[in-house]
Design a protein around this ligand. Structure first.
Ligand SMILES: NC(=O)c1ccc[n+]([C@@H]2O[C@H](COP(=O)([O-])OP(=O)(O)OC[C@H]3O[C@@H](n4cnc5c(N)ncnc54)[C@H](OP(=O)(O)O)[C@@H]3O)[C@@H](O)[C@H]2O)c1
Length: 275
């Protein structure tokens, strides 16, 4: 795998940041991207080959891909679609604009980027597309509808791409983490405050609880470090037989099982209890 090139989105913090550094240590040529210039500079100062890429901006995606392809002479081995955020809020409190923005980052920008790199992978007769999905990409929880829907969409696109590309030695893998220590909750809290009219919502009481939980610095149960995602990312990159799905953390494994064996109504009873 020495010198294989990989492009990663969302490297300013959390999983993307950790995986970019670890992959570089493992001999990969890592193109670590972030949407804010100050983060790009910070990554560069830490010795990473960093570029600006904002998933909400087609021009930014195109420019980043053009530069990466130039630098690696078209030999891009892998794409780790990691950049995303969670927009909390009950479904009926999501404006069209807020829902669109959630999809712009987590789905449309991500797919636009993927579609730009596939032709190079095809030409190289190999490639790995690894999608950072979530346990919330296959079970739904209250006040997470926008994020749920975006990750379900990512799963749908990934399952389809896997079928379309499997004859071309381009593998599509989904990573489905449960709680991982990162800035995810901090960033979700900011989007909650910014975009949801909590005081005038039918759910205002529940929102106070949600706010407290997002503000809490304590780990939610079964939280793992970013290394748990890195471990399976490495398998998806290096195995001759990468998996379609990598389930990370106990809650993901548990809900995979429960979704298989329980009726929707019984599963709903359990999911309703999750705050
Ligand atoms: N942490 C968890 O519990 C958990 C669980 C399941 C799945 N995941 C998934 O893991 C991935 C990484 O999240 P994380 O946990 O590492 O959280 P994080 O620390 O908040 O990192 C998310 C990254 O995505 C970036 N991002 C957001 N919107 C973007 C956009 N429009 N363009 C480019 N980058 C954008 C963020 O950049 P800024 O700093 O500029 O906002 C940040 O670098 C996400 O796909 C998330 O859905 C996380």
């Amino acid at each position: 795998m020495q010198n294989r090139s990989i492009l990663i989105t969302g490297c300013s913090s959390g999983i993307g940041y950790y995986c970019a550094k670890e992959l570089q240590k493992n001999g990969y040529r890592v193109f670590a991207t972030a949407r804010k210039l100050e983060d790009v500079k910070k990554l560069q100062s830490e010795g990473l080959e960093a570029l600006k890429l904002d998933l909400n901006d087609s021009q930014s995606i195109k420019e980043a891909v053009k530069e990466v392809i130039k630098r690696c002479d078209g030999k891009l081995y892998a794409l780790f679609n990691n950049g995303a955020y969670g927009q909390p809020g009950a479904v009926e409190d999501l404006s069209r604009k807020v829902l669109t923005e959630q999809f712009e980052s987590n789905v449309f920008g991500t797919q636009e980027l993927t579609n730009l790199v596939i032709p190079f992978m095809r030409k190289n007769t190999e490639g790995r597309i690894i999608q950072n999905s979530s346990v919330l990409g296959f079970v739904s929880m209250r006040y997470r509808g926008a994020y749920n829907a975006s990750k379900y969409a990512l799963e749908g696109l990934s399952d389809t791409m896997r079928l379309e590309l499997m004859d071309e030695n381009i593998f599509v893998s989904l990573i489905e983490p449960g709680p991982i220590r990162s800035d995810f909750r901090k960033n979700a809290l900011a989007m909650f405050i910014k975009n949801i009219d909590r005081a005038n919502s039918t759910f205002s009481k529940e929102y106070e609880k949600k706010l407290k939980s997002l503000e809490s610095k304590a780990d939610v149960p079964f939280t793992l470090g970013e290394d748990a995602v890195f471990k399976v990312l490495l398998h998806a990159l290096e195995s001759k037989k990468p998996k379609a799905r990598y389930r990370v953390t106990f809650p993901t494994k548990l809900f995979t099982f429960l979704k298989r064996v329980l009726s929707t109504s019984i599963l709903d009873t359990i999911l309703r209890k999750v705050d």
